[in-house]
Write a protein that binds this ligand. Structure first.
Ligand code: NI
Length: 385
């Protein structure tokens, strides 16, 4: 009952904070104003935030009694997108927008901190507030972990506002939730020449075009049809003029899976097919393969605690089932070390929240945010009980 009262108490503040952060979107790893504003708000609560991984922040709320440490995590970066929502509190940083709702995550974690401070007598152990930079480029979680953010942590809870779910619902299912997300880059080297005399050159553009097609067979011919996997080429650059044979070309793409064994199949298969396809056209390639975040996988026991917590603070009907997604999330890096749960909070309410994540029209039903904060608080208390 008390958490419900606190949800109402901090509701306006959470929404106000979300709008404040929405105005100042910043790119991954460069969340300077965002970080300063979070610090200021944590200090005002009487907490002592520590810097980590550049713009990241960590603050500890110690309970009245000894016990387990629960980490609550928010990301804080925005996207290089020009906002088109027309909201009164829209982005003041031209060309940048909180189009993935990380502004809402910050506001919810600050709200959770407020509630936890009021509930300090009930905390057994501690709660670590993690404000992590650079989620969108998968660099932030790893950097925070390398600097020790998970020391003595027993569980971690994270949450994402999700346009695919209706307001008032939340998904906290166990098992694989989001795919591993890796990124790769292929430079193709040919030999430039005149378009009228192609035989004197080596056409990198032709090799690239063949590669775009042949790489599709990694998923269709090499990965078990029973295992989800996806390979997408998002970038192909080649050529300058109609009568010039391109001497180089460039491709970049992403590969995703849930099963780590499938994930490991990709780099070798991409390299082999790219090398041999290019060779068939007398061209050469250089592959750079970057492993991003692994798959988000929710621990069954943590999921159960989160589901009970969601029922308590959002109502019996709140937890819903949601199909896992091939989107990626570096929350998975924390889950490699400590058991945890990543929740998807519904934000769709008619027209509001109808646009997908990363859309320049992205909006959300703000009235759900205090409840998202309350679920995090309830999870922390129930995990320690
Ligand atoms: Ni996001």
């Amino acid at each position: 009952m008390e958490i419900k009262n606190l949800t109402a108490k901090y509701s306006d503040e959470i929404i106000r904070n979300r709008r404040e952060f929405h105005r100042i979107p910043e790119s991954s790893g460069r969340e300077f104003k965002t970080s300063a504003l979070i610090r200021q708000k944590l200090l005002a609560m009487g907490l002592t935030p520590q810097s980590m991984a550049g713009t990241g922040l960590v603050a500890e709320i110690a309970g009245a009694r000894a016990g387990k440490t629960v980490a609550l995590r928010s990301d804080m970066d925005a996207l290089p997108l020009a906002e088109k929502t027309g909201a009164a509190y829209c982005s003041q940083h031209e060309g940048f927008m909180h189009a993935c709702g990380h502004d809402a995550h910050i506001a919810m974690l600050l709200g959770a901190a407020r509630m936890l401070l009021d509930l300090r007598q009930e905390i057994r152990g501690g709660v670590r507030l993690i404000f992590q930079p650079a989620e969108e480029n998968s660099a932030g979680a790893r950097a925070m972990i390398a600097e020790g953010v998970l020391h003595h942590v027993d569980t971690i809870f994270g949450l994402h506002v999700w346009s695919g779910l209706d307001a008032g619902t939340i998904s906290v299912e166990a098992g694989p939730r989001m795919a591993s997300a890796d990124f790769w880059y292929i430079d193709i080297r040919g030999k430039g020449g005149h378009g009228g005399m192609p035989h004197d050159g080596i056409d990198a553009l032709i090799a690239g075009a063949a590669l775009v097609n042949s790489l599709q067979t990694v998923v269709s011919r090499e990965i078990s049809p029973l295992e989800p996997g996806v390979l997408s080429i998002g970038e192909f650059r080649a050529g300058a003029l109609p009568n010039i044979i391109a001497d180089s070309a460039f491709l970049s793409g992403t590969s995703r899976a849930f099963n780590p064994l499938v994930r490991e199949q990709f780099p070798a298969a991409i390299k082999r097919i790219a090398e041999h396809t290019a060779a068939a056209y007398r061209a050469e390639i250089k592959l750079r393969y970057d492993f991003g975040s692994p798959a988000v996988e929710n621990d069954p026991a943590c999921s159960e605690i989160a589901e009970r917590a969601a029922r308590k603070v959002m109502g019996e009907q709140a937890p819903v089932l949601m199909e896992k997604t091939m989107g990626g999330e570096d929350f998975a890096d924390y889950q490699q070390t400590v058991p945890g749960v990543f929740a998807f909070l519904g934000i769709r309410n008619g027209e509001t929240g109808a646009y997908p994540q990363h859309s320049p029209f992205y909006t959300l039903d703000e009235s759900v945010l205090p409840h998202g904060a309350a679920v995090a608080v309830q999870y922390a208390l129930d995990f320690q009980a």
